[in-house]
Each structure stands twice: as C-alpha cells, then as structure tokens.
Design a protein around this ligand. Structure first.
Ligand code: MN
Ligand code: MN
Length: 462
C-alpha cells in the first residue's frame, strides 16, 4: 500500500493549489503585493499613464533616462521612454551582452473605446462622442457602464494637453446607453455579436443647449465648456488620442479577498510584476531588460509596438558600447513574454480542456505555445526552453502551471512572444491567469500575481 503511494508520488505529475504550498509568511507577501498593484492600476488606465507611472517608480529607485552615448557599467539602471507610449528599462549585468540579456516583455495597452477623429455630434438635443473600439471586445459589455476619458490632445503649436476626466470622486463620468427590455424584443433575437453594433458605441456627453437660436446648441454648449477648460476647438480632435475606459476602481473580490477585480489586468498585471522585479533586482549576472509595450491588442504594430525597431535600437546601443554585435546578444538572450492567460472558468467548461487550462491560485501560467488552429501563428518555445524555466522556478520557489488557451480548434490568441522569438531570442509565454479576459472588469488571483512577480525576478536573478 505505501509502496504504491510512493510509486504514485514518484511517477505522477500532480499540481496543487498554491495555498496548499505557501506558508503564512508568504501569504502575507501575496496580500501586501496586491495592495501595490491595485494602486498602480487605479493610476495607470492606459499605456501613456502606465509609462508615466513606470518612469516615476523607476526614477525613485535610481533609474536614469538613457541618452545615446551614455557610458554604462555593471549595476547601472537606465530607461528609454519611447514617445510616452512604451518603456524599456535595463539594469546592466556583470557579464557582457555577448552572454545575452534576460528580457521580460509585457504590454500596457488594453481593450477600450477610442474616440474617432471627428467624434462630437448632436442628436435630439443630446451630445455624443463617436468611438472606434480598440482591441478584441464583446461590444455588449461596454454599454450601461460608467466610463472615464483619458488621453491627449496634440495642438498645432506643439503643446500636448493631458486629459483625465472621471476618476476623481468629484468628476463627471460618461456612458453608452442601451435599449430598455420593454422595447428590446427585436434586439434580443439578435446574436450577442450583433445586438450592439460598433457604430452604436456612442458616448453620451451632455444635454444642456447653448442659449442662442442656432442649430446643434448642445454640441455648441459642450464645445464651449471644452474651450473654457482646455482651450480646444472641434478641429483639435483631429490630432487627439482620447480613449474611454471603464470607470471601475480595482477592488478585492470574494469574502476572503483572494482575488482582484479591475479594468485592464491584461496586461498591466504582468507589466507591474516585471516593473517591480526590475526595480528589485540586485546586481544581475546578465543584463536585465523590462519592456512595457504598446499596441499588443491590435497586433504589436507601429513605432510603440513590439514589432518596432525601437527595441532593437536600444539594445544595439547597449551592445555597441561593449563592442558586441546585437545579433550575438540576441542569440544568447532569454525572454519571458509576460502576458496573461485564460483561467479555467467552471461556468463555461465547454470551451476548455480542463487538464490543460490554467487554474486560479495554481500560480504563474506558462504557455509553451499560443496561436490558433494547429498552433498557427505561435513561436512555440522549445522543450529546452521549457526545461530552463522548470529549473529556474524550482530553484526559486515559484509556483507555476503549464497551460493552453481553450480546447483545440475552439479559438486562440497571440502575444508579443513571436515578435521576440523572430529576433532569434529564446522566448516563452508566462503570465497571470485571468477570468473574464478583455471584459471591462477582469478578475485575477492575488497568489498568481505574486508568483508572476517572483517568476520574473527569478529569471532576472538566474
Ligand atoms: Mn495580453
Ligand atoms: Mn489581450
């Protein structure tokens, strides 16, 4: 009997709930870490704000803005602010970059509703903003929830105005209306994809008419308020980047407060883990690099996305100082593509293969591959890379789990992993399991957040 038990223990791979593996001291760390993360989330609602806050946190820990030509030595801490929309931080290692760098890359953009460039209109004496949604959303989730407005207006004279309305208690908020059930018989027969249309995601912004006799009096009244507050006219929206995000503060979820509900866990939960890890890393052997990327939700395109040469230029600068060819650095580098994965949801068991889906409280989720339909579009980390993380995490007490996104042929998704791997960098996906991913209010487990931080730190410390 006991021999059989030994045999089972030796041969079976069985995962355990993280709370059965950590002690009371670590449990305190889990909950304390979550407090810092919630504060970060309430301030960083879009990529520009995450970059700004990231820089502030980094400077407090002695990081300096990188300037080309700056002479760097082991232990030096620098950051590169890429147009205010993505951020790269590095701590120079004691070994040269010919030994490669250890990179963690997360993204700080999240699904949301961007304003169109000609957004303001009036109908039936109510004023609205027209939107064009950003990233993969279920449109029906974005009506009848409070919204905040964030972003910038870039003026012809070169000034850039920051906009942030709705997250202070005294601020007004905004909303997209929906049909009352009494008149929704036809709407309710439509599919969930069609019940709310993209061109119907129009945000209510005002209702009091301007005191004159002309037309569009409410629109005029709203524009006059904006002129008073910001000095902008309707034309200035042409060069604005304004976005409506859910006006939900992050909150503990559950009687046991074991989870966090917030807007934009994908992927600021991993970005925060990386950021904390690079701020905490001490004298790394190989240069530690942390990326907060933009545009992942729309394919990592553009100057601030992970396909951009901005990352290569920065790394090449660091390499050149040491007389190392960038390609030699890349081929020896290792990258954790830190992005969220799906958490198994027992309310929707039909889309998941339970053995392969990440579970809440089972730790950092590692995806060997992502993609869709026969692994299409994934970089698929090698067995050797997986073995490397097994060793790394075992040595550092990181609780982790292997996972996939849904059943075979059920759907799929991607991350920045393939863009890093295409650079000839060994890359694997690692991140926090999320319930209701891409919804206005997503849920993660505090234990998994902490283990993601620990995992990235373990990679940096090797
Ligand atoms: Mn993501
Ligand atoms: Mn996403």
């Amino acid at each position: 009997m006991s021999k059989e038990k030994d045999w089972r223990e030796k041969l079976f791979y069985e995962q355990k709930n993280g709370y059965d593996l950590i002690d009371a001291d670590e449990s305190k760390l889990v909950y304390a870490y979550a407090e810092g993360y919630k504060r970060f989330m309430d301030e960083a609602r879009m990529e520009r704000e995450a970059v700004r806050l990231g820089i502030q946190m980094a400077e407090e820990q002695g990081f300096q803005a990188y300037e080309p030509g700056m002479q760097l030595k082991a232990g030096d801490k620098v950051y590169l602010n890429n147009r205010g929309k993505s951020l790269i931080l590095a701590v120079i290692g004691t070994e040269p970059l010919s030994e490669g760098a250890v990179i963690a890359g997360a993204h700080v953009d999240s699904p949301r509703l961007d304003l169109k460039q000609m957004p303001v209109y009036e109908d039936t004496e109510m004023a609205y903003f027209r939107t064009h949604y950003y990233g993969g959303i279920k449109k029906y989730q974005w009506v009848t929830i409070p919204l905040e407005l964030h972003g910038v207006v870039a003026l012809k004279n070169g000034d850039v105005l920051d906009v942030c309305i709705g997250n202070k208690p005294e601020d007004p908020q905004f909303v997209i209306t929906d049909l009352l059930p009494h008149l929704a018989a036809d709407q309710m027969k439509k599919t969930m994809a069609e019940g709310i249309k993209g061109e119907g995601l129009n945000i209510l912004i005002g209702s009091v008419p301007y005191a004159d006799e002309g037309k569009d009096r409410v629109k005029l009244a709203i524009l006059s308020l904006l002129y008073d507050d910001y000095g902008i006219t309707e034309e200035d929206f042409l060069s604005a980047e304004l976005t409506a995000v859910p006006a939900f503060q992050s909150r503990d979820i559950g009687f046991d407060r074991s989870m966090i509900g917030a807007y934009g866990h994908d992927d600021r939960v991993c970005a925060y883990a990386e950021l904390r890890a690079i701020l905490d890393v001490k004298k790394p052997r190989r240069t530690a690099v942390c990326i907060l990327a933009d545009k992942e939700e729309i394919g990592s395109e553009g100057v601030s996305g992970m396909k951009s040469r901005a990352f290569d230029t920065f790394m090449e600068d660091l390499c050149e100082q040491q007389g190392v060819a960038l390609r030699r650095c890349y081929e020896k580098s290792f990258c954790l593509s830190a992005d969220v994965c799906n958490a198994y949801d027992p309310i929707y068991p039909e889309v998941s293969e339970k053995r392969s889906e990440a579970k809440i409280n089972y730790g950092l989720g590692i995806c060997k591959f992502t993609g869709a339909r026969g692994k299409g579009g994934t970089s698929d980390a090698s067995a050797e890379v997986v073995a490397h993380v097994r060793k790394l995490f075992a040595a550092s007490g990181v609780i982790w789990q292997m996972c996939e996104l849904g059943k075979v042929d059920q759907g799929g998704g991607g991350t920045i992993a393939k863009f890093m791997a295409n650079r000839n960098i060994d890359t694997i996906d690692a991140g926090v399991p999320v319930l209701s991913m891409h919804a206005p209010f997503e849920v993660v487990s505090k234990l998994d957040c902490w283990m993601t931080y620990k995992g990235v730190l373990a990679a940096y410390q090797e």
